[in-house]
Design a binder for this molecule. Structure first.
Ligand code: PEP
Length: 249
C-alpha cells in the first residue's frame, strides 16, 4: 500500500497584517513543490484574503481554532461551517498555546475535532507533553490521555484526521525534539490509532511540530512514522517554509 504524501502545515499564530498575509501566501503558493501537500493556517481575519491568494494553487487554507458549537449565541467564536464556507480544508485543534491560555481540555478538543469533521474539515489534533512531564517520564501517558477522547470518536473519525505531536518545550524555543524522541511518540500514536483501525492507521498523517527549521526538516521527515510537520516560526518566511516543504518531497 502506498503511503500518503507528506503534509507540511504552517501555523502563522497571531502574526502578520493584510499585506504580509497576501504576500507570504502568494509567494508560497507560487513556488510549492509537487509530490507533497501543504497548507497555511492563518488568523481568522485573513481567511478571505489568503483564500483568494491561494485559490488557484495547491496550497490549502486552514484556520487555527474552531468552536465546538454549531452556531448561535457564542460571542467571539467561529463555527466550522464558516471556515468551510471560506474555503478552509484544515483546522488546528488543541494547540498547546490554547490548552494553556484558554484552558482547553482534551474533551473539548475532541468535540472541536468532531464539529470540524461534520463540516467537512480535516482537524489537525495537537498533543504534546511539557518539559516537566517529559523529565518525570510521563510523556507517553500524557499523550495517551490527550488522545483518549479523540480516539473515542471512533475509527471513521480518527481515520480522517491529522494528528500533530508537538512537545510543548520545543514550540517556539529553538529546541527541537531529537529524531529518536519524536519517533518514539509517533510510533506510540500510530499504535494507538492502529488499535482502532488496524492497517489503515498507516494512512493517518502524524506530523511533528516544535522548532522545525529548513536545516532539521529533512532528517525528521525521513524518520519512520513522521509524515510531515506543523511549522510555527519558520512558516512566516516564504523561503524557510518552502525549504521545509521541499524537504517533504
Ligand atoms: C507551533 O506553534 O505549532 C510550532 C510548531 O511552532 P514553532 O515551529 O515556532 O516551534
Amino acid at each position: 500500500m502506498s503511503k500518503p504524501d507528506k503534509l507540511v502545515v504552517g501555523n502563522w499564530k497571531m502574526n502578520g497584517r493584510r499585506d504580509m498575509a497576501v504576500a507570504l501566501s502568494s509567494a508560497v503558493a507560487g513556488q510549492l513543490p509537487s509530490g507533497m501537500e501543504a497548507a497555511v493556517c492563518v488568523p481568522f481575519p485573513f481567511l478571505g484574503l489568503v483564500g483568494e491568494a491561494v485559490a488557484a494553487s495547491a496550497l490549502a487554507l486552514g484556520a487555527q481554532d474552531v468552536s465546538d458549537q454549531e452556531e448561535g449565541a457564542f460571542t467571539g467564536e467561529v463555527s466550522a461551517g464558516m471556515l468551510s464556507e471560506f474555503g478552509c480544508r484544515f483546522v488546528i485543534v488543541g494547540h498547546s498555546e490554547r490548552r494553556a491560555r484558554q484552558a482547553e481540555t482534551s474533551v473539548l478538543v475532541a468535540e472541536k475535532a468532531a464539529r470540524a469533521r461534520a463540516a467537512g474539515l480535516t482537524p489537525i489534533v495537537c498533543v504534546g507533553e511539557t518539559r516537566d512531564e517529559r523529565e518525570s517520564g510521563q510523556t507517553l501517558s500524557v499523550i495517551e490521555a490527550q488522545l483518549a477522547p479523540v480516539l473515542a470518536l471512533g475509527g471513521e473519525a480518527v481515520g480522517s484526521m491529522v494528528i500533530a505531536y508537538e512537545p510543548v518545550w520545543a514550540i517556539g524555543t529553538g529546541l527541537s525534539a531529537s529524531v529518536e524522541q519524536a519517533v518514539e511518540v509517533h510510533q506510540a500514536i500510530r499504535a494507538a490509532v492502529a488499535g482502532l483501525i488496524g492497517d489503515r492507521a498507516g494512512d493517518v498523517r502524524i506530523l511533528y511540530g516544535g522548532s522545525v527549521k529548513p536545516e532539521t526538516a529533512a532528517e525528521l521527515f525521513s524518520a519512520p512514522d513522521i509524515d510531515g510537520g506543523l511549522i510555527g516560526g519558520a512558516s512566516l518566511k516564504a523561503e524557510d517554509f518552502l525549504a521545509i516543504c521541499q524537504a517533504a518531497v
